[in-house]
Design a protein around this ligand. Sequence first.
Ligand code: CTP
Length: 400
Amino acid sequence: MTLTGRRILLGISGGIAAYKSPELVRRLRDAGAEVRVVMTAGAEAFITPLTLQAVSGHRVRTHLLDPEAEAGMGHIELARWAEDIVIAPATAQVVAKLAHGFADDLLSTLVLASQARLWVAPAMNRLMWDAEPVRANVDQLVRGGARLLGPDRGEQACGEHGAGRMQEPDVIVSAMAGASERSRPLVGKRFVVTAGPTHEPLDPVRFLGNRSSGRMGFAVARMLVEAGATVDLVAGPVNLPTPPGVQRVDVVTAREMLEAVNRCIDAADGFVAVAAVADYRPEHEATDKLKKSGEPVTMHLVENPDILATVGHRQTRPFVVGFAAETRDLETSARSKLSAKGADLIAANRVGHELGFDREDNALEVFSAHRHWSLGPRSKCQLARELVDIIAGEMKARER
Ligand code: CTP
């Protein structure tokens, strides 16, 4: 098992188990990973940054507001760089901070600013590990998508015996490598994903559009890449960075989006239509800015091409996933879209209340002809990961 080419950020917090960290860095590098290290102030009481610099081959970061370090790889860049963040050892204090979204040092800030997979290897006294607030914080982290490594049972540095020892470096490395192999079920598959809104021009300064942020589509593209797929992302006007490894084409209107999809769909094994495409566009785009006349205005709108249905009704078509934004009769509407649009899966999104467009959290009801999955509410990133798992499972089932 291997971690070849994986970009791993190791966060070390202040516990005696920090003495195992250099060994963990070496094992991760032996498995092929590129490792950067961040230490909390507490960690420096147990081990020096110089040791970790020597074994990782990179400068170790310890402070959030360090102008010299920020001049190299800034902390946001570092957060984006990481594909996995592993915190080992993770003290009760760090677990509490991460569970509650604190950002008062470099490590906690990086975790908040990153979409990387989070691994937590707790290490603490057994009574602390059993303490109710610690359990609640750990539950919170795991619900948010973090993967727990250990802790092990055994003799503790404080002389007690029980659960709370940090998991051994080789066990951590094989857990990470194993998960990374299991979680790349789409190696060799090509996907096209649409994301964001479309803007349909009225005149040189105005358009018809909607409030889609594009976050869900970008998260799906990112998770498809994590699962090993090659991804072409066709994005409407959004203000989001391109996820690592994704090929992006920017478009504005529905017709441009369809053209861009048509250019890459022949080679695709899967198509995921997350974009909130404008159903209608103004029949004519004025060449000059429209002036007010003091009279009511009637605007003639014509229907846009349905990109999802166009792909879904091709003679040879990829595995097709559509989204549906519904305010009511969610299951009936979603199921009718399965056949109307020629989709294999419809991920339905309840909008209009506290969930939906332009929000961080979301919930999805996913339907195939014969099955139904309920996901969330949780972060769009976590939802996208689970949706990609379903897509991979259904594609595999069809190949059999
Ligand atoms: N879609 C598309 N092209 C369009 C309209 C929609 O590709 N012109 C895709 C969206 O990306 C999404 C799915 O169709 O995957 C569902 O769109 P939905 O929000 O349900 O809108 P409509 O299809 O217009 O259905 P309704 O009339 O219920 O709003």
